[in-house]
Design a protein. Structure first.
Lengths: 190, 625
């Protein structure tokens, strides 16, 4: 096991992360262990890189795995890597618990979802971005035409101002019926 | 109102007619020998008497249901089950007073109930079970079904036994084993009653599945307990040895796992069979029903839980068979299942009302009151304990209101009643009082709890079932959320239900789908997304077909537009004509023509896309959210 990385978080850092993210100390320590586990290829480094995250087998196999890793590293990390504090911040958005901080609000979850589509950060989802996600999810031997019509149909359903792109407000309207809070929550073990 | 009154009178007359004719066979006087002559037509009732009576009964029940639904006010206040029981009571009362028929003829026969009336209802429940909420909540459901039922049985048994020593029950005390037999049969929540009541109040999926799942899965426990105590009563309390107890505990595992295993085996065999029925699509619904029924009968034969078997058979079949069989067979199977289950439910409730009016009773006020009270109280306590226990691991905690609805929805029904009727009176001397008390509890739960649960749900603002329209965006977002959460769970190292579900899905795709389906699915294909797309396609196509009265041109002659040009999404000139067309013809709600679902040729993908392009330019714009 990597000897040069400390086995425990320094206490003050732990406290500050806990207060910001709402994790309990136990949960945070468990996350730290996981963080180190993921970064075991390069034990000296305090960061996780894209490659290390994509090393996880299930992430690589997941249709949206690559895109998700992109979002995590680009939006929450810096210079193509992510440190532990940022790692905890990302995951805190999906924490299900009694203590609500300003991180695991419904809005943050929706923004996260939106940013999975919107990679050029123009606060709009256009047809091209939607096509990209669809191709990743449906994949396989589906005709491009069919995927294109699905994309068109989706945009048509959501787009209320007729500019053929989906803004964040329009996106949220779809999700009124779906209980986002319930579906996008994880229980972190103690 | 006038219509309703005349329909009710018609029904009553019909009911009387049934029994008059049915009983005529017993008062049929044999005529003296006459010189033989050729008879053009003869009246020969004996020939058809039994079947005629049954068929008239079914007709009576169906007409009654039709009649009830004609009056909206009636069905708003009273659940159907209550009305049917009342009808049964009326007819039973008439028969009793007029002595038109022997009692044996119309008291609920337990064999008939367990072999014919119950399986279709459970099969329909299993086939249409929403899989995802079921497996998400499986831990809670199992906890409630097994431990809660045990807890209830033990508590109710002890309470009744305890009170038996007091003068409340009058006369001689009940012995312990009888009390426990009774507790075993009365403590189980009844799936038929829950189904009948909960489908009318439309609570959210999770609450429904927890109560309903509990009522299905507790069959194993209640069978085992009932059988244990019944056998113990037969063996005699003084003759019991340790081995009996051990075997009793062991039988629980055998009964439940055996039932599940038999169900899954038959389900898998059914799926495998449908792999080859491409040339005989007419047999497909029959295959499904026959295999499911065989699963039930086989389990009953080896004394394991038939309900569990048929439930899991239905669930397995739904997963794979729907891909194999033709669309027509799929629609037919669904309809036949719904029809059978509806009829059987009607008959069951009517029979319960009918059987109440008989000589099989012995009213013991104290006993009945204590039973009802202990059922209620221990249900509330049990739910309170175990729901809180389940909340420790649940992602979505059960709130107090949820727990209240769960306790309130613990209805007892026909299964308890049938089990009470088949008690052996020689071994269990208090049978008559047990039967009466069972009926009292069933009536109490079905009537009082059934009637008031609707207003209670509205009053407490319980989350109702959301009727989702199949929009592409909703489906897409749902699938996306699933993938994202699975991924995040993997990254954070906390394996939740999402990653488990994913693993199952992979296993499913790699092995089961290969063996059991006709065409193996393509890699990474997100079937659900495409299914939704197809469904929406069909609906829009039908709308166009309706409104243009069949003027949709064939794909080959249509000028199709490529999807890259965005301007085609906004039809300009065609739209004006179309709105005029629509204004002229009111779109009728047509029943989906089964002929519509003919299977298409191999290159229907391309035609699909072309057709959709064409329709897209001529359709109503998809409703903006």
């Amino acid at each position: 096991m990597g000897a040069s990385r400390s086995a425990l978080l320094p206490l003050d850092e732990e406290k500050s992360i806990c207060s910001e993210t709402g994790f309990t100390p136990k949960q945070l320590r468990r996350l730290y262990v996981r963080f180190q586990e993921l970064g075991k290829r390069n034990p000296a480094c305090e960061f996780l890189t894209r490659e290390e995250l994509l090393d996880i087998r299930e992430v690589a196999l997941n249709p949206l795995g690559q895109r998700l890793v992109d979002v995590i590293i680009e939006d929450y990390g810096e210079a193509n890597r992510i440190n532990f504090k940022q790692f905890a911040t990302v995951l805190a958005q999906f924490r299900r618990g009694k203590a609500i901080t300003d991180l695991n609000t419904k809005e943050k979850k929706l923004l996260f979802l939106f940013s999975i589509y919107d990679r050029n950060h123009d606060s709009k989802i256009d047809r091209h971005e939607l096509l990209g996600i669809l191709k990743m999810m449906v994949g396989g031997n589906i005709h491009d035409e069919q995927i294109a019509t699905i994309a068109d149909h989706t945009i048509e359903e959501l787009d209320s101002d007729g500019d053929l792109t989906i803004t964040f407000e329009e996106f949220c309207k779809t999700l009124i019926r779906i209980d986002v809070d319930e579906k996008m929550s994880m229980k972190f073990l103690n | 109102m006038y219509q309703n009154k005349s329909l009710v009178i018609l029904i009553l007359l019909l009911g009387l007619l049934i029994h008059k004719y049915y009983c005529k066979e017993q008062t049929y006087i044999h005529n003296q020998a006459k010189p033989l002559r050729f008879h053009v037509a003869e009246f020969n009732f004996d020939h058809v008497s039994d079947v005629y009576a049954i068929t008239l009964w079914i007709l009576l029940g169906s007409l009654a249901k039709v009649g009830f639904h004609l009056s909206y006010r009636l069905t708003e206040k009273f659940p159907e089950s209550c009305l049917l029981i009342i009808l049964g009571l009326i007819v039973g009362g008439l028969l009793y007073i007029t002595h038109l028929a022997e009692q044996k003829a119309y008291v609920l026969n337990s064999d008939t109930f367990f072999l014919f009336l119950l399986p279709p209802i459970i099969l329909e429940a299993g086939y249409f079970m929403p899989n995802r909420p079921f497996f998400d909540n499986l831990g809670t459901i199992l906890l409630l079904a097994i431990v809660n039922t045990l807890f209830n049985t033990v508590c109710i048994g002890l309470t009744i036994y305890g009170f038996a020593h007091t003068p409340i029950f009058g006369r001689t005390p009940f012995d312990m084993l009888s009390c426990f037999v009774f507790a075993a049969l009365i403590s189980a929540v009844d799936p038929v009653a829950v189904l009948a009541t909960f489908t009318e109040i439309h609570v959210n999926d999770m609450l429904y599945i927890v109560v309903f799942g509990e009522s299905l899965l507790n069959d194993a426990v209640s069978i085992v307990l009932y059988r244990i105590f019944d056998s113990f009563a037969k063996i005699g309390q003084q003759n019991l040895i340790l081995m009996d107890y051990v075997l009793g505990a062991l039988s629980f595992f055998v009964v439940s796992l055996g039932g599940v295993l038999i169900g899954i085996i038959f389900g898998v065999v059914a799926c495998f069979t449908t792999k080859f029925t491409e040339h005989t699509p007419v047999l497909e619904p029959l295959i499904i029903l026959v295999y499911a029924y065989l699963a039930y009968l086989t389990s009953e034969m080896v004394s394991v839980s038939g309900i569990l078997a048929i439930t899991f058979c239905g669930m397995v079949m739904k997963q794979y068979v729907s891909f194999n069989i033709s669309k027509k067979s799929d629609a037919t199977t669904e309809y036949v299942l719904k029809m059978l289950s509806s009829i059987m439910e009607t008959i069951i409730f009517m029979f319960m009302g009918l059987s109440t009016v008989s000589d099989n009773h012995s009213w013991n006020t104290g006993f009945v009151l204590i039973t009802i009270l202990s059922c209620l109280v221990f249900r509330v306590i049990g739910i309170a304990i175990f729901a809180n226990l389940a909340n420790c691991w649940r992602l979505l905690e059960l709130t107090r209101i949820d727990m209240l609805i769960m306790s309130y929805g613990g209805l007892r029904g026909a299964i308890a009643f049938s089990l009470a009727l088949i008690l052996d009176e020689t071994k269990i001397p208090r049978k008559k009082e047990f039967v009466t008390a069972t009926i009292a509890v069933v009536f109490f739960t079905v009537f009082i709890q059934g009637i008031t649960i609707g207003p209670l749900v509205k009053c407490l603002n319980v989350r109702r079932k959301q009727i989702e329209e199949p929009t592409m965006s909703a489906k897409l977002t749902n699938r996306m959320m699933d993938h994202v959460m699975t991924c995040l769970e993997e990254i954070s190292g906390s394996g939740g239900s999402n990653s488990l579900r994913d693993k199952c899905r992979n296993l499913d795709r790699n092995y089961f789908k290969r063996w059991l389906l006709r065409e193996t699915p393509q890699e990474k294909m997100d079937i659900k997304l495409l299914q939704t797309f197809k469904k929406i396609n069909m609906q829009s196509a039908m709308k166009v077909h309706d409104t243009s009265k069949g003027l949709v041109p064939t794909p080959s002659s249509a000028a199709f537009h490529t999807s890259t040009s965005a301007t085609n999404l906004r039809p300009s000139s065609t739209f004006a004509n179309f709105s005029q067309l629509l204004a002229a013809n009111l779109p009728e709600q047509t029943v989906p023509d089964l002929m519509f679902f003919e299977s298409q040729g191999p290159d229907h993908y391309r035609d699909d896309a072309q057709m959709h392009h064409f329709l897209d330019t001529n359709l109503y714009r998809a409703k903006p959210r």
